[in-house]
Design a protein around this ligand. Structure first.
Ligand code: ADP
Ligand code: MG
Length: 451
């Protein structure tokens, strides 16, 4: 039976796609990666090569349609069991293509038409966030509510949220989707108060409570704004109680936002919170290629792309900026984009000549490089993604400044000077043994040292 099902699997999937009108992006993200592992009695075991977000969601959303199509094509009913792979990985689906027809609708909703799922490159840094955003876009208000996306500057939060909005509007043009920045949201509250009178307030409430999807970007700016927090609390409840989707982004986890009411913080965590990390080297190259394709840049050779990707790793906005700059200069000067040309153009981007080298500047540059906030970097957290950059700071502060160890310790979250020595020695050892560490130190030094 296993063989039959495997053989017919493409047909089953195709049938499913047609019958249920599944979009390309959903199909490629959820269904194509499924693997028929075994048949045990009346149960088909399917492997979901994804972390839990994907598994639960696929089970909920696609079990029934899959069962129907299997029964139709195989002629027998089966139960389905979804499992995670024993050995991880190989999930590498890159959703493509989605046609946007009505630009105005998107612009009215406050969206940048460029930010779609098809222009978003999925890498291991964004796998989970992408899957969650797509799940929410397919089933607004039904799965993760709210969806809370967080991560450092320029890592794709706005892009992903808007992609979800875009997807929703493309497939449900009647839905009322509203994207606002936190600043817009708080300004409107202030205006409503200033313009006085109950009507202003009523208008505000009408606007924010009669929608299907509310997206608020950069919610960290609500920190300390009590009235806005109160209003958001009531807006949140009204929408949530009516199963309306809420999507929020922030540069921090809710618990790390200072001066955020506890009741809001807990609501932000009711649904799913996912983070976006800095992309790895391969993903950075893929993002550059995507940008070249989308913006119709002239072909650019691999050595130039590799040069950019290995030198700009802190955030995607900078990565794109570096590419745009090289292309613009080559047009202006009618030069070919050779490696040497690229190196020259980017020279000043990497050298921060006005900056003095201090523990603060080092901590800032290292944080940005790894897409972390300074607060996270100097926090007490012990996960490797944070410990490693923190130890790099210890090493760089010790080698590039002559600031006392106790002061370096103080700057790095009140740590003891022995911790600094330990971190310094660890990196020093690893520089000899580990090429990645050696490269990271090289690149960071380039960023830190003026000239
Ligand atoms: P954030 O809101 O996290 O600061 P943005 O969403 O504004 O970041 O992203 C910054 C830039 O990088 C945008 O131009 C966006 O299109 C691009 N970008 C971010 N992530 C990706 C990705 N995974 N694939 C392609 N482009 C991306
Ligand atoms: Mg943003």
């Amino acid at each position: 039976m296993l063989e039959t099902i495997r053989e017919k699997w493409p047909e089953i999937l195709n049938d499913l796609k047609q019958e249920y009108d599944i979009t390309d992006v959903s199909f490629k993200t959820w269904l194509l990666p499924l693997e028929v592992r075994a048949v045990e009695g009346d149960t088909i075991i399917l492997v979901v090569p994804e972390e839990t977000v994907g598994l639960q969601y696929i089970k909920k959303k696609y079990s029934t349609p899959l069962k129907v199509c299997i029964a139709e094509i195989i002629g027998k009913s089966f139960e389905l069991e979804f499992i995670l792979p024993d050995q991880t990985d190989s999930f590498d689906s890159q959703p493509r293509l989605e046609v946007s027809q009505e630009k105005d609708v998107f612009e009215k909703a406050g969206l940048n038409p460029k930010y779609t799922f098809s222009s978003f490159v999925v890498g291991d840094n964004s796998n989970l966030a992408h899957a969650a955003a797509l799940a929410v876009a397919e089933s607004p208000g039904e799965v993760y509510n709210p969806l809370y996306i967080y991560g450092g500057v320029g890592l794709g939060k706005t892009h992903l949220m808007q992609a979800a909005a875009h997807f929703i509007l493309t497939h449900n043009p009647h839905m009322k989707v509203l994207y606002v920045t936190c600043e817009q949201f708080t300004n409107e509250i202030i205006d409503a108060i200033r313009n006085g009178g109950p009507t202003a307030n009523v208008q505000f409430r009408e606007k924010y409570r009669n929608i299907d999807v509310l997206i608020i970007d950069d919610i960290q700016f609500i920190s300390g704004k009590e009235t806005s927090q109160q209003e958001l609390f009531h807006t949140f409840n009204a929408l949530y109680d009516n199963n309306k989707q809420i999507i929020i982004s922030s540069d921090k986890h809710p618990k790390e936002i200072d001066n955020l009411e506890a009741r809001l913080c807990s609501r932000f965590l009711w649904g799913l919170s996912v983070d976006l990390q800095s992309p790895n080297y391969e993903t950075r190259v893929a993002i550059l290629r995507k940008k070249i394709e989308l913006d119709k840049y002239p072909p650019i050779s691999d050595d130039v792309l590799e040069f950019i990707a290995s030198n700009v790793s802190s955030n995607i906005r900078e990565l794109e900026g570096a590419l745009t700059k090289i292309v613009a200069y080559s047009k202006l000067t009618s030069s070919d984009i050779t490696l040497e040309f690229a190196q020259n153009v980017l020279h000043d981007l990497f050298s921060k000549s006005q900056m003095e080298i201090t523990p603060d500047s080092i901590i800032k540059i290292v944080s940005e490089h790894f897409g972390l906030t300074v607060n996270t970097l100097i926090s007490k957290k012990k996960n490797q993604e944070i410990v490693y950059p923190r130890q790099l700071c210890m090493y760089l502060c010790r080698t590039l400044t002559d600031v006392a160890l106790t002061l370096i310790g103080k700057k790095l979250g009140n740590r003891d000077h022995t911790t600094i020595i330990y971190g310094y020695e660890k990196i020093q050892r690893e520089i000899d043994e580990n090429e990645k560490v050696r490269n990271d130190v090289e690149i960071l030094k380039k960023k830190i040292i003026p000239g």
